[in-house]
Design a protein around this ligand. Structure first.
Ligand code: ATP
Ligand code: MG
Length: 504
């Protein structure tokens, strides 16, 4: 984790340590252990910090109340750690630490902590000393009890609900961990440290804040008095190695033929909306679909927090900006999408459409920016269309409902629906075309659907992707224009009901 941060020297590095000392210990000689009392974690967690490649297994609470820390981590450990910590703060010059890179700072802390342990004559094994050192480094240089979780690549989300409760999402399952903060103040200090890295502040006067960790992870903090039981911190871990369509096929999220059709849809400039609930895999899917955009196309991406990783050479990445502390200077998604149109984009990719910017995106789709894409929070393709309508209404346009529907119909070609099912698995449940209007109703046709058929002995859902047998989708002409009609015909044929494959 620290290793990662050192690469980002412009953000964290030196500045990082400075911020910490400013937030955690405004006084160079704080009273008592102003930064931490450690979380009740299994000892092995800390050691994962030393070998990031080792997947941590530790801090998962199995069931029932939080188990007590191992014998090694008893009250005496915490008492000693407090004393060593206080002595360290007395000894160390935090401003000098700020000037060092993380590894050098860690070495400095290691030397001093070892000296303190020797002077105090504590009887500790080397493993115990290492454990304590890791904890202290986490507290002084990092994100305290969160460090071991931040280092794990298998975690999708970290959800801290006040000082005493932390959940993680692993393999689609939400699990409670043993990670705890000493008190709500320590948690708030860590939230403060995180958001100060992007020049923001979280406190009673501005208790809601979005931020980003130096590694790109998306962070939301909501602090008291709005959060009643201590700050709530939510982190969507940034995955450097984004999932690919091939991996989604391997996970059973979609069939190989379905993936082939998604590739074709992405390449032949269909206008695509990816719909899904929270954490259903919308952004992942959007990222996958952008892989099939030709490399000569000029793409402009608009996001709240840059998550997409486009491979093409000609990409302009834009990010919204929240208001500053005085409530000014916000740049909304709508501002970005509008501005995009003046940037001669060939495709516009919007990370998440959640407001009136939908109108601008649809206009763009309608006016020569074919192949634009965005994600929308909705639970079915039909609901997605309704959401688009209501988001247009949010923009204050007083257009007749039929006109709005016609605009939608003329803009959106395909809706790809993602879902996180109740067993934690993620599936692409619909690939649906918008085909036209009948009276006042938008008509759609499903090319693929996922059907749940039951549940196995382990509670895993059994299901099947089923083709609806459409041989000539509406985007056939586009596919032909791009020379993809044969590939499309083959993929549709292979997935036709006569050649159906079993589910997963
Ligand atoms: N098909 C999949 N199989 C397994 N894991 C997946 C799949 N799709 C996405 N994930 C993982 O699920 C997590 C959430 O994915 P993602 O960020 O794409 O969801 P989202 O719908 O965009 O979430 P949000 O609504 O919060 O923006 C990520 O860690 C991602 O790697
Ligand atoms: Mg997303």
């Amino acid at each position: 984790m620290f290793g990662k941060r050192t690469h980002q020297s412009s953000l964290p590095g030196g500045a990082d340590v400075k911020e910490r000392s400013a937030t955690e210990s405004p006084n160079p000689k704080p009273t008592a252990p102003s930064i931490v009392e450690p979380p009740r974690r299994a000892a092995s967690e800390s050691r994962h910090r030393e070998s990031p490649s080792v997947p941590a297994t530790a801090p998962v609470k199995q069931s029932g109340p939080t188990p007590r820390a191992s014998g090694k981590r008893d009250e005496a450990f915490y008492e000693r750690k407090s004393q060593v910590f206080a002595a360290l703060i007395d000894t160390i010059d935090l401003s000098q630490l700020a000037g060092m890179d993380i590894e050098a700072a860690r070495e400095e802390i290691r030397d001093i902590v070892n000296d303190i342990i020797a002077i105090k004559n504590y009887a500790m094994t080397i493993a115990e000393q290492e454990d304590m050192l890791a904890d202290i480094c986490n507290d002084v240089l990092g994100y305290g009890p969160l460090e071991p979780l931040l280092m794990r690549d298998d975690i999708a989300d970290i959800m801290v609900n006040g000082a005493k409760q932390t959940f993680i999402e692993v393999n689609g399952k939400t699990i409670e961990t043993n990670v705890q903060f000493r008190d709500n103040q320590q948690l708030l200090n860590i939230c403060q440290r995180i958001v100060s890295q992007v020049g923001r502040r979280v406190d009673e006067t501005s208790p809601i804040c979005d931020a980003r960790l130096p590694d790109g992870s998306r962070v939301n903090v909501i602090a008291p008095p709005l959060a009643l039981d201590g700050a709530a911190l939510t982190i969507r871990k940034f995955k450097k190695d984004k999932l690919t369509l091939d991996q989604l096929v391997k996970f059973g999220s979609i069939t190989p033929e379905g993936a082939e059709i998604l590739q074709i849809i992405g390449r032949v400039r269909c206008n695509i909306v990816i719909s899904g609930g929270t954490g259903s895999g919308k952004t992942t899917l959007l990222n996958c679909m952008t892989h099939y955009i030709d490399s000569h196309e000029r793409i402009v991406t608009c996001e709240d927090s840059a998550e997409l990783q486009l491979q093409q050479p000609h990409v302009v990445r834009l990010e919204t900006r929240p208001p500053n502390i005085e409530g000014e200077g916000a740049i909304t998604m709508r501002d970005l999408v509008k501005n995009c149109l003046r940037m001669r984009p060939e495709r516009i990719v919007v990370g998440e459409v959640r407001g009136p910017e939908v109108f601008d995106l649809l206009q763009a789709m309608n006016t020569g920016h074919d192949g634009s894409m965005g994600t929308i929070h909705a639970n079915s393709p039909r609901e997605c269309l309704n959401r688009i309508e209501s988001m247009i209404a949010m923009g204050g346009y007083s257009l007749p409902s039929r006109t709005v529907k016609e605009i939608i119909c003329g803009s959106v070609d395909v809706i790809v629906q993602a879902a996180r099912l109740r067993d934690g698995s993620r599936r692409i449940t619909h690939v649906t075309e918008v085909v036209g209007m009948e009276g006042d109703v938008i008509i759609t046709q499903d090319l693929f659907v996922y059907e749940i058929q039951g549940e196995d002995a382990n509670g895993r859902l059994i299901g099947k992707h089923r083709s609806t047998g459409i041989g000539r989708p509406k985007f056939w002409d586009k596919a032909r224009y791009y020379g993809e009609e044969k590939r499309l015909a083959t993929a549709l044929d292979a997935s036709s009901p006569d050649n159906e494959r079993d589910g997963f």
